[in-house]
Design a protein around this ligand. Structure first.
Ligand code: SF4
Length: 445
């Protein structure tokens, strides 16, 4: 049962003592209702309240951390079925597969690539998450050596150790167990030794079974062994089964009707012929960890872009910090171009400015992440904001002239901005692609 904030509030001691870190019991109740609070922070809860609240306020999907250090990532702790209801919080870890029967140089090369490759998109660094080492040899020593090759690169990226045999698994863990790799996987036959390994090395564990009911039984068995950091293996024989199963898990865990399924999903795309399709389905539909063969350059960018888009907060435009951003090496006489702090606008305009080779200043004002057209229509971009931003960022001391280029779509504001600021306003083109030509022709001091 999901409790609302007021139901939770009724169970709290109502001392308003602030010991939980919140100013009142009501704010603490609201935090618990949103799944972000921790009932243990209130020292005055009686046992009955603890039992009721514990069952209803813990995140419906367990948060599981994989790896350590800078590249560590977390999956799970999601609260909605559909992204537009709120947002998705934890993007899936995408792991490039390497095999223990490959030559060491090949394993090393894929590992180093994941360690160093990154793409910058709308101001965010996008990377793949780690490597999954598969035990195709069946030999513990060969597996251990392959894990050793990954470790020797010093990249410290998260790992999945994919060995069905607990004996082989343990040899891999001896090489990297300190780094919290993900163990793949426990079955009905192997869950006891696999849980013992998960406990010994402090690692999260994937559970595998033939259907959802059996997966639920497996999580209960692992919980009884003391392991709660679990993922559910949905790499069923047919890819056709993935979306219905993943959707059922998400719906049942969010509604808390099947808490035994409240864990992130694991998907191994290498099992399927249509691996790209599997990867896209995993990103779109709830996967927490996805194993894929190493992707080529075009697929890499497409995959990371898709993941970034799905996991961007739909209620919050991606924003730049307002301020002055130089392009090239501008000086006192360089043009100043005003635009909004919607990231896509910023990066689009910046790209065209860079290719124009006219050094200039981008003057970014705070429209709460709205695009130019929307900000003008909503009154967020106005003459007062421009006047205050000129003062705030000391634009008057940055350049010797008093001329401001505004976006074409902001032309209705040109007169008002001139009156309010005393700066001469030049109306730039509507299409950012024309900004280079515009500057070449129009900017003269
Ligand atoms: S610690 Fe407990 S009693 Fe005190 S304010 Fe927080 S919820 Fe209320």
């Amino acid at each position: 049962m999901v409790l609302k904030a007021l139901d939770i509030y009724k169970l709290l001691p109502k001392k308003n003592c602030k010991e939980c870190g919140d100013p009142t019991c009501l704010t603490f109740a609201m935090k618990l209702a949103s799944g972000k609070g921790d009932i243990d922070k209130c020292p005055y809860l009686d046992l009955n309240a603890k039992n009721i609240l514990g069952a209803s306020t813990r995140p419906p999907i367990q948060l599981v951390k994989i790896g350590v250090g800078e590249r560590r990532f977390a999956v799970g702790e999601e609260f909605v079925v559909f992204r537009h209801e709120k947002t998705f919080y934890h993007p899936p870890g995408i792991m490039f597969q390497v095999s223990d029967i490959w030559p060491a140089e090949k394993i090393e090369s894929v590992t180093r690539r994941v360690g160093s490759e990154h793409f910058v998109r709308v101001g965010t660094d996008l990377t793949f998450s780690g490597v999954a080492i598969t035990n195709e040899s069946g030999d513990p020593d060969v597996f251990s050596k392959a894990v050793g090759v990954v470790e020797a690169t010093g990249t410290h990226i998260p790992e999945v150790l994919m060995a069905a045999d607990p004996v082989v698994q343990e040899e891999g863990l001896k090489k990297c167990g300190n780094f919290r790799p993900l163990i793949y996987s426990a079955t009905k036959d192997t869950y006891k030794p696999m849980c013992a390994l998960a406990k010994k090395f402090g690692s999260p564990l994937v559970v595998s079974a033939k259907d959802l009911e059996s997966l639920g039984e497996m999580t209960k068995l692992c919980n009884a062994e003391g392991i709660t950091d679990l993922l559910l293996d949905l790499s069923f024989p047919s890819l056709r089964d993935y979306v219905p199963a993943a959707t059922e898990i998400r719906q049942k865990s969010i509604s808390r009707s099947a808490p035994e399924l409240g864990y992130p999903i694991f998907l191994d795309t290498t099992r399927y012929e249509m691996q790209d399709t599997a990867l896209v389905l995993g990103i779109d539909k709830y996967a927490g960890v996805i194993v894929t063969p190493a992707l080529g350059p075009a697929s890499s960018v497409a995959t990371l872009t898709l993941r970034q888009n799905i996991y961007t907060d739909p209620q919050k435009p991606i924003q730049m910090n307002p301020g002055i951003y130089p392009v090239g090496n501008p000086g006192k006489e360089s043009p100043v171009l005003l635009t909004v702090n919607f990231s896509l606008t910023y990066f689009t305009v910046q790209g065209y400015l860079e290719s124009s080779r006219v050094p200039c200043y981008m003057f970014i004002v705070d429209t709460e992440g709205l695009s130019v057209l929307t900000a003008v229509a909503a009154g967020k971009l106005n003459e007062t904001l421009v006047r205050d931003s000129i003062k705030k960022f000391d634009l008057e001391n940055l350049v010797s002239h008093r001329r401001l280029i505004i976006p074409g779509y902001a032309s209705p504001l040109s007169g008002k901005i001139e009156e309010e600021t005393g700066w001469k306003v030049l109306v730039g083109p509507r299409d950012a692609a024309e900004i280079g030509d515009y500057l070449q022709k129009e900017w003269k001091i």
